[in-house]
Write a protein that binds this ligand. Structure first.
Ligand SMILES: [Zn+2]
Length: 115
């Protein structure tokens, strides 16, 4: 089957939000250990619809970059992978925060002008 070129709904445009979702994941991983399904729910709470099949490669990618480190944790009978931010991940998040702050400033300014 051919993959669609673009998501028809701009509110769920994964391309546009992928960086934000990564920052979101990184942010939560600095606060406490996170796991895949918990993060799917957390992102859904913020209005990002993401399937585990999309989130797991995202987590793996962040781990490969050295921003997250995973360990296996027993959850009842099964093992689950939990992720924590590494010092490098924290550093990346701090740098990104400055950029996000700047972007928010511009977006808000634009909104004020539009009013
Ligand atoms: Zn959150």
């Amino acid at each position: 089957m051919k993959k669609a070129k673009a998501d028809p709904d701009p509110a769920v445009d994964r391309d546009l939000y992928s960086g934000m979702m990564r920052l979101h994941v990184l942010h939560h991983a600095t606060e406490r250990p996170i796991f895949g399904l918990g993060m799917v729910e957390e992102l859904a709470r913020h209005g990002y619809r993401i399937s585990p099949g999309t989130l797991y490669p995202l987590l793996y990618g962040l781990e490969k970059k050295g921003y997250l480190r995973s360990t296996e944790q027993r959850n009842g009978k099964s093992l689950r992978k939990v992720y924590r931010a590494t010092p490098l991940g924290r550093k990346a998040l701090t740098a990104a925060s400055a950029k996000v702050r700047e972007l928010i400033g511009e977006l808000m300014e634009g909104q004020r002008r539009a009013c």
